[in-house]
Write a protein that binds this ligand. Sequence first.
Ligand code: SF4
Ligand code: SF4
Ligand code: SF4
Length: 886
Amino acid sequence: MKIKINGREIFLESPATILRAARLAHIEIPTLCAMEGAEPSVRCGLCLCRVAGREELQSACETVTEEGMEIVTHSAEIFAARRQALEKILAKHDQRCTTCFKSTHCQLQKYAQLYDVEPDACGKLTALVPKDESNAFYVYDPNKCILCLRCVNLCSSLQCSGALREEEDGPIVAVGGEGRGKSRCVSCGNCLDACPTGALVPKDACYAEGRTSAVETVCPYCGVGCRIKLYLRGNRAVGMTAADGPANDGLLCVKGRFVFDFINHPDRLTTPLIRKEGRLVPCSWEEAYEAVINAFKEVKEEGPEAIAGLSSARCSNEENYLFQKFIRVASGGNNVDHCARLCHSSTVAGLSQSFGGGAMSNSINEVYKTEVILVTGSNTTETHPVIGAKIRQAVKKGALLIVAEPRKIDLCEDTEIFLQIKPGTNVALFNGLAKAVLEEGLHNRDFIDRNTEGFEELEKSFERVSVKECAEICRVSEQEMRRAARLYAQAATAAIYYSMGVTQHSRGTDGVVSIANLALLCGQIGREGCGVNPLRGQNNVQGACDMGALPNLYPGYQAVANPEARAKFEKAWGAALSPLPGKTSTEMLDQMEQGKIKFLYIMGENVLVSEADLNHARKAFSRGCFVVAQDIFLSETAALADVVLPAASFAEKEGTFTNTERRIQMSPKALPAPGGAKEDWRIICELARALGLSGFDFEGPEAVMKEIVTLTPSYGGVSYARLGKNGLQWPCPDAAHPGTPYLHKDGRFPRGKGLFSFRPYLPAADAQDGEYPLLLTTGRVLYQYHTRTMTGRNAAIEGVAGGPFVEIHPKTAARFGLRDGAPAELASPRGKVTAVARFREDMSEDVLFMPFHYGENPVNNLTARHLDPTSKIPELKVSKVKIKSL
Ligand code: SF4
Ligand code: SF4
Ligand code: SF4
């Protein structure tokens, strides 16, 4: 289509609004209400244009281009009309700009200046109405609201929370409560970015231009990898807003937007600590290193098995690389692991068996290309909120959503099918779906023949599976199970999203393999929008795995047992390496308890809240093992250490982080670390040199990355210079490779062909009995992060999250004499905790839920060390418990 704007010829592929066409041609038309991705609200009257042949000025946001259309966007007539529109808006606007948070970056102010608006010509707003200050993080001021509806549109079409609506003649009010504080609002703050005026402002942040500087970086919380702008005043972090990153497209969640004060918190560790006479006391770095080196040398005499290290999913790739290299080179063994053991070790094990590699197959934004989305074992809107919002966007655009979960989660509002499964029945669920596909002949024979092996054996094994029995085990309707199977198999594109609800089981690897079986059976993998997508929890858990912070794998998932791989690393590192896989984190605790591991170096992990069966973990820590904890706060684990080394936070060091979609992103240094705290990479290198090791003389993280790329084929083409704003998605094998948005294209799996492997359903290790009649499942909540070392120091988010709670069906509560909001005691064969009862009608009557974040009353007192035989993940998702009122 050819049109003319201001006399310039413009070519369009298809009709668009004039506003969009002008933007594509880099011609600015002013607007205060229009927003990309949302229907025009036609409120502000600023985008008026002259279209040849039309009597009235036209709104550019709603007028669609036609062949040959001639448009004028700027003239004296248009200037006057826009000024008039602005005067009308300002007449109802509280014009106390000098004290407004948005002053200097307010779009209304900008246009008022640009269009020469005379304040006196506008009239004055005389009676001010009260603000809505009920939300813990932001304020709505109706006196500054111009009713442009951007916030309403954003909340409904991009954030997809539907938390706002316009009252007749304004203002904008919250849905589901009196104010925004008690409503459907999930405090993502995305509407604050959309608001063109000072009507929506944060309570506790400052990012006014001129008074602050900003650094673009990556959110330090979950694995989505949203890009943020971190605002600084001097050496203080004073605010965060969304940057337009490939994973988030300008969206954030409450943590990534409002919870930054841990960076400058007075609790930050600023000096090393050493234990003397039972107490941790400050010491110099020299004294701390000397104590660590002496203990290390003493223990090393007993052999490599006595030394272990826990790396960190919150540290950078470079730091994880250095940590595992340090443990392997210094000890001669492979006792190195990290918290992926507790979240996605079953994914790494299961997908490696089925496909040859364990990572998300698709890019986050491919969800828009997926017809049927199957979410299981993931409360996505709470644990990966921006991915949750994008799934909801996809559903709004027509995708069908199937959710299989023990609890009714927020995504269930949008589902086509909700299968409320019993915790621990994932294998039965996926076997039931696969059997239904086979029975109804919906499997993709062509894909199976070309790209898989083991189909005949699988088909034979499935002869003894019945959909009815699987549905009964899962406690769902057989018809709905069959309907879900049909939708998934018959979709042009279908993808499975899962998280720890699948992996944290004594049969977690079987759960992952049974998911892979279904995807292979239906050929729903290896194409854009089709795949198997494990959602990774912490900001760099993918990277920590990639970097070989695992006891059986070197960087790039190269097996320590493989002589060729070992020879490569021995040559590069100048050290003799062990061919024997080391101990997993769960096994390390057993070894500590048995007095076999005597030196444990922990970087940024809080195992004494996150491990299963904490009474056992505490016992392990009491057996005299020398513990070095490197952290930014004195966590529950660091408090028991012999030496504590103060580390820099994400904002205080340079490095790369790999998000859940395999995207390696740069995070620059924005601030100096407080006091004597140092970057983790620097501490590891200093310790290594103090031990007399070579190969740790790096000038900085970029030099470390240069070594990583020589040894890690999937990172082979990565360099700091290439990462830029969008990063690179591995595999990126060489400098010319653009990165890989989705895996297994055309059925090319890293192991060759996709492998079918039948896994029978086996019940969870803990079964209800007369003494413990209930099943407890655990998880995360939106308003906390992991073991609360960061979120626990923010009063606003703590206020909203509240303390430990247990969700329970009212009928069950009545059976055990519990009141809503009253304290209860839960006990399992492993221990006890107390929590406040929260009634939920939609819970299954014999299932309870508790979040795992709370160190002072940890749910992991109740969980068991029933380990998956392959991945060694504990069964954190199913524990038999009893409950009573306190
Ligand atoms: S903060 Fe988020 S959820 Fe709340 S109203 Fe704004 S966009 Fe909607
Ligand atoms: S609060 Fe802001 S974005 Fe929402 S309608 Fe008012 S001015 Fe527009
Ligand atoms: S979704 Fe995850 S990465 Fe994005 S802002 Fe929230 S916590 Fe940060």
